[in-house]
Ligand binder design. Structure first.
Ligand code: C5P
Length: 398
């Protein structure tokens, strides 16, 4: 593969990115712009990649046609970080350095990972360029949100390196360990109506479940996403089943569970629902109002009883006794894995792009996956889940 590095602060992460890519079996060729050299040296990238680096200095080419030769036989190319300057030039076919010239001559799939200050990223000129590139079949990897090097907060961070690596593996067809598998993921909160306009719900954004659904699809699975109201869009190329209440989620799952290989239950299902729902809006009259609640069915517990050979993964959002409570749920609901997170923390969990979970299996010690982006975490959770799937027939015969 080709890694193009342009001159943003995130360029300092690229030697680590190269090492991770090599670990996954990639032979990485690096090309960099003059500005990138302000943040990372060609010598560093040459040392980790084991190849001469194409720099803006044309004399460093081994062959005067390296910018054309490098593209031959590539599976995929990634520009990370991609600056606003680079996006603008590429969108308009400018080829005033070796990297741009090389990229214009590529025939393989091209991915770009914009990383810049959130205000720059939001600028209509940058967004327009991204649209142009997307329309030309270039995959623009959305930046992550969070605290920036400059102190600003917002969308513009280079996504976690693990996310980039997983995308490259998928693009190169290296990681299809869920291909042929049917996976159901649930995400988001449920809403339990009180009257015509009010409901009981919770702070779940659906980000964790959506990240898992997306990661499973990236690894070749056929994904069904059953979800309550989400704060994030439903990704492409999966079956989208929107529901509202816990009862609707149970019905949607009961209909589909038998045909799946794996269920990841990341939804924050309301444990209770109003016992009576008023068709009209309840009026205030100065008096106190009590709402009687009745328990919702525990969806996982029910499905756990019909588990058969399927893999079931649950989540445990806890505010105390994290591991003990999670382990109890694992056994009670007949799960294979449970991901336990501490929802009393504000830097992870609900409505955050980040999470930190302990993965607990039926045997062995819990594994702590430290605070990372939900997208990266999703792949780590699936790394564990894949090990629990029965070997496919093809693999068993092979
Ligand atoms: O028991 P608790 O609600 O804490 O367990 C959490 C796990 O159970 C999550 O995976 C959640 O999606 C699932 N759950 C469920 N049905 C409910 C409540 C939670 O399947 N009524």
């Amino acid at each position: 593969m080709l890694l193009g590095v342009t001159g943003g602060i995130a360029a300092y992460k690229t030697p680590d990115l190269v090492r991770l890519l090599i670990k996954k079996g990639f032979d990485v060729r690096v090309a960099m712009t003059k500005n990138a050299e302000q943040f990372v040296t060609p010598v560093s990238l040459r040392s980790v990649s084991g190849h001469r680096v194409l720099t803006a200095d044309w004399d460093t080419q081994e062959d005067p046609f390296d910018h054309l030769n490098v593209g031959a036989g590539l599976s995929v190319a990634l520009i990370a970080p991609a600056t606003a300057n680079f996006l603008g030039k590429l969108a308009h076919g400018v080829a005033d350095d070796l990297l741009l010239t090389t990229v214009l001559a590529l025939e393989c799939p091209l991915y770009v990972a914009p990383a810049m200050n959130p205000r720059m990223y939001a600028n209509p000129a940058v967004q327009e360029n991204i649209k142009t590139l997307t329309a030309r079949g270039i995959t623009v990897i959305p930046p992550s949100a969070g605290a920036m090097a400059c102190g600003d907060e917002g969308e513009g961070r280079l996504p976690a390196l693990e996310t980039l690596v997983a995308l490259m593996e998928k693009a190169a067809g290296l990681n299809a360990d869920l291909s042929g598998k049917k996976i159901i993921v649930t995400a988001g909160p449920t809403e339990e109506p009180i009257d015509a306009v009010r409901f009981i719900s919770n702070r779940s954004s659906g980000r964790m479940g959506v990240a898992i659904a997306e990661a499973a699809r990236e690894r070749g699975a056929e994904v069904t996403l059953i979800h309550g109201p989400l704060a994030v869009p439903v990704p492409d190329n999966m079956t989208d089943v929107p529901v509202r209440t816990a009862k609707e989620m149970l019905d949607a799952l009961t209909e589909r569970f038998a045909a799946c290989d794996m269920l990841v239950m990341a939804a924050a299902v309301s444990d209770f629902r109003p016992a009576r729902v008023s068709d009209a809006k309840v009026k205030k009259n100065g008096a106190e109002l009590s709402i009687a609640l009745e328990p919702n069915p525990d969806i996982l517990e029910r499905l756990g009883r019909m588990k058969g050979g399927r893999v079931i993964i649950g989540f445990a959002a806890e505010t105390e006794n994290l591991l003990a409570n999670a382990r109890e749920k694992l056994m009670k609901k007949n799960l294979d894995l449970i991901c336990a997170n501490d929802v009393s923390r504000s830097d992870i969990g609900f409505d955050s792009a980040y999470n930190e979970v302990h993965i607990i299996g039926r045997a062995g010690e819990p594994v702590l996956l430290g605070r990372m982006e939900k997208r990266a975490l999703a792949h780590r959770i699936l790394d564990e889940a894949v090990k629990l799937l029965p070997p496919s027939r093809a693999a068993a015969q092979g």
